[in-house]
Design a binder for this molecule. Structure first.
Ligand SMILES: *[C@@H]1O[C@H](CO)[C@@H](O)[C@H](O)[C@H]1NC(C)=O
Ligand SMILES: *[C@@H]1O[C@H](CO)[C@@H](O)[C@H](O)[C@H]1NC(C)=O
Ligand SMILES: *[C@@H]1O[C@H](CO)[C@@H](O)[C@H](O)[C@H]1NC(C)=O
Length: 563
């Protein structure tokens, strides 16, 4: 046992050293090569016999910046996710259009290759990302190096320079992945520092490191969210990495990072009057439900929508485009980080503090509904507002003000549907379980505790604020949770929360987060279509028919159909 511990200790102390050596080595000796290799990777023109004839020359020009002929500001990063999925993060977006990012390959250290799919652009630093799978042959190797990204793997494979000439791949389990600057401080989001079950490293054992070594104190460390002091002097460089330093008796270790620091910039929106109510949601391939969700909630008073997109590859971008054209206020943020729903909500809450007063944290299969709307022939933008407290109570008021509204959720079943109802989920699913489950919330962003802690869609509030729980007769959420089997199967393959077990994992079979009767097998349970049906509840269906039903030459339809 002590032997083992000793070994662990050696590994633990050696790892940071190794990291430092690798980094130094990279900077000092690979700098030149890496940049040139990546020039080749990204620029087909430099690989073709005659540069002048290459139609992609424009891309190459685009890659060349500044006095140095380096095509990219820095070498790409890559992160190994679960299931051997690799996310390659370029330091910028060299692609003039999303189409021009197509056709790339990840070329790994042993010459094995796999297709690289464009995975969106990270907002901070406008960094283009790609996803590829690690080929089997690479999985046995150590260490893993960042694959080269190329359109012509055959040619690059023959270039001796590319082998092992890249930074080491980062592990998702231990990584600072995002950062955001507020007026007063800087927030870092990181995996692998705090334990999952509420064991947080004290702020005193941490420090923030900006770029080339400026450090500040950490003031809060909870879950994956860390608050750091603002640097007291400007950090050179446009966008530099930011990370945490974990301080122990023996060694101070910099946490690996792909997070970029940028000082806060005042936006125009910050000066404008904030929206009263916005909605924030985390989604993956929900393009199909999005129109109905946005149109419905906009109608009852949600002014802006923020969609954290977990690398969707459906038609979501088109759906968003059409909603924008129609005048809806929708913002999409690429959030490719697995199992980080809580951190994503914290990110959303801080990012939109100046833009929105209240934020509804509901999923895209959840619809806020009040039975009192049943007889309203016309919807109104003030419907949702009516549940919020009137203008903030005076500061002299002794009782805490309302900072969060909690809404109960009704879980709807497949309602005998075999496939997605094209007229919408509110139309197709009308049978639900009797008792309500969990809660969703609408939060006053100014009332959120500075730790930004949230658990299952609820935030911890500052002192002086409280949560108001609405009774189901006042308002609740219709959650279209157990949809027709084909839809349900897709969704539950990808659980979102870090604090919920994977449904396919046979441990924790009694968890409340599991679907009753589903076990851990992705096979349609017998009688699925009739399950979870205890109460017929067609109130929202009928209201929506009245509000959004249209007679058209092709027959009756809902306003969100074939948008
Ligand atoms: C995002 O997608 C990954 C797989 O690509 C999945 O493992 C993860 O749970 C998803 N996260 C969220 C927040 O949807
Ligand atoms: C709606 O109208 C019906 C018929 O007039 C009435 O019975 C019902 O109570 C009303 N519902 C609400 C929520 O006002
Ligand atoms: C719901 O309505 C359908 C059709 O009217 C009926 O067959 C079914 O028994 C009802 N289910 C419940 C749980 O009331």
């Amino acid at each position: 046992m002590p032997e083992k511990r000793k070994k662990m200790r050696i590994i633990r102390t050696a790892a940071p050293l190794f990291f430092v050596i690798i980094s130094a080595f990279l900077v000092a000796s690979f700098y030149h090569n890496v940049f040139h290799v990546h020039l080749r990777h990204l620029s087909p023109s430099s690989l073709s016999p005659s540069k002048n004839q290459n139609p992609n020359l424009a891309i190459r020009e685009d890659l060349i910046r500044g006095p140095d002929p380096s095509p990219l500001r820095a070498p790409p990063d890559s992160i190994l996710f679960h299931d051997w999925e690799v996310l390659v993060v370029l330091p910028e977006n060299p692609f003039p259009s999303s189409a021009s990012a197509l056709g790339h390959t990840c070329l790994f250290q042993d010459g094995a290759a796999s297709p690289a799919l464009p995975a969106g652009v990270l907002p901070r630093g406008a960094r283009a990302t790609f996803k590829c799978r690690m080929p089997f042959s690479v999985r046995r190797l150590r260490p893993f190096f960042t694959p080269a990204l190329t359109r012509t793997p055959e040619i690059l494979r023959a270039t001796p320079a590319f082998v092992g000439n890249s930074p080491e791949m980062l592990r998702w389990s231990s990584l600072a992945y995002e950062s955001i600057s507020t007026e007063d401080d800087v927030i870092v989001f990181a995996k692998g520092v705090n334990g999952r079950q509420g064991v947080n490293v004290p702020p005193s054992a941490l420090r923030c490191i900006f770029g080339n070594g400026v450090t500040t104190a950490v003031t809060s460390s909870v879950q994956e969210v860390f608050r750091c002091g603002k640097p007291d002097r400007p950090i050179p460089g446009d966008e530099v990495k930011i990370t945490l330093e974990i301080r122990t008796e023996s060694v101070d270790r910099a946490h690996p990072s792909v997070a970029l620091y940028a000082p806060r910039q005042r936006t125009l929106a910050a000066e404008a009057e904030p929206a009263l109510i916005c909605a924030c949601t985390m989604m993956y391939n929900s393009g199909k439900f999005l129109r109905e969700w946005v149109m419905y909630h906009a109608t009852i008073g949600v002014e802006r929508f923020v969609l954290y997109d977990n690398g969707s590859d459906d038609d979501m971008a088109d759906v968003v485009e059409k909603l924008l054209e129609a005048g809806y206020h929708v913002t999409t943020i690429l959030w490719p980080w697995p199992k980080t729903q809580e951190a994503g909500f914290s990110h959303c809450a801080v990012s939109y503090r100046d833009t929105c007063k209240w934020m509804a944290f509901v999923d895209v299969d959840e619809f806020i509904f009040s039975p009192s709307w049943t007889n309203a022939s016309q919807p109104s933008k003030h419907m949702l507002e009516s549940f919020l407290p009137k203008s903030p109570s005076s500061s002299s008021s002794p009782s805490p003000s309302i900072g969060q509204i909690a809404l109960k959720c009704f879980e709807f079943g497949p309602s005998n549907r075999q496939s997605h109802p094209k007229e919408g989920v509110t139309q197709g699913y009308t049978c639900r379980r009797r008792i309500e489950q969990r809660h969703k919330s609408i939060v006053l962003l100014d009332a959120i505790d500075s730790s930004l802690v949230n658990v299952v869609h609820h935030f911890k509030l500052k002192d002086g604020y409280r949560t108001l729980r609405l009774s189901r007769e006042v308002a609740a959420v219709n959650h279209y949770k157990y949809q027709a089997w084909l839809e349900f199967k897709k969704k539950f393959r990808r659980r979102v929360s870090a604090y919920v077990v994977d449904w396919r994992n046979p441990t924790n079979l009694a968890s409340k987060d599991r679907t009753p009767g589903l076990g851990n097998n992705p096979i349609e349970p017998v009688g699925w279509a009739g399950k979870f049906c205890e109460v017929n509840d067609s109130r929202l269906r009928d209201v929506n028919r009245q509000w959004f039903g249209l007679e058209s030459p092709t027959g009756y339809k809902l306003a969100w159909e074939d948008g």
